[in-house]
Design a protein around this ligand. Sequence first.
Ligand code: CP
Length: 335
Amino acid sequence: MFAELTHTGSTCAMMNLSNRPLPLHVLRAGDFTVPMNDRLFTRAREYEERFWKDRKGLAQTHEGMILFNIFYEESSRTIASFAAAAMHLGMKVHSTQNAGQTSSAAKGESLPDTIRIMDGYLPDILVLRHPADDGAAVAAKFSAVPVINGGSGRGEHPTQAHTDVYTIEKRMGRIDGLTIIIGGDLMNGRTARSLALMLSMYRPAKIIFVSPLEVPMGSDVTARLTERGISFTETDDLRSALPEADVVYWTRVQKERMPPELYGKIKDRFIIGQQQLALMPEHAMLMHPLPRVGEIVPEEVDHDPRAGFFEQAHNGMWVRAALISSILDRTLYAP
Ligand code: CP
């Protein structure tokens, strides 16, 4: 029924055989511009306001439409916030967690075959999390349904970057001119990569990458920043970076993506607690895509007004609602 679809950027270049409109995929943070984000974030704010004023009306806006979550890796926030976002818009949702074990992938079915089959059940949106860096891109090649990258290996997590930039703007009022620390396991953390790539569209004063020397930010990301004239530094000295920061974006060491010896060596290298908070400016915000697994000390940090990570996770639902509806009304990539 479906040919393999070829792509230019994030849209299919070839008409699929069932004459469905060409799908608008969300694969990479770098496919977005500041005006696109501004439009998306305006819609996210409108949806949040509308929910509190007219929840029933909001739930009629996308009635009858369907979202499939297909997650081959574990998730709490991404899968639940996409499901909740879709349901608040009135959509129906089908979610598969750990699809590598619980779907026919466990019997050896390939990703293209799974996507071809899901596609034929006619959801309106397919959200995919996959362990391969190019998982979402591969799925998009075979899908006539819009594919949203819900996290692909060490590669990208673009909707987390939207959530992060939205949260920074909401709390700090802007991105331009800010000094932003992105720290932790930068080699394996896809949220850190996508955030840096999305920030390259803005004019931050400086990005400071703080990581153990063993897991630096990828050279493809730093090359993009250089190309776009974004000032950045790389260091393993958190203490000297903290006093400069307007935003500290902290991430966990990705145990599942490194040898146990390396994990043991670096897991406790950078922990944010009372001493580190004391070095941060009073106006700064501490972010984390979560889950946190020891790199932030809850009892020392959670009560501090600079802690923004729960607000950040909750913002993700409205940003994802705006993404879903902007894909469905085809305004997402409008110039
Ligand atoms: N931030 C994030 O992607 O969280 P989950 O892995 O729980 O979806």
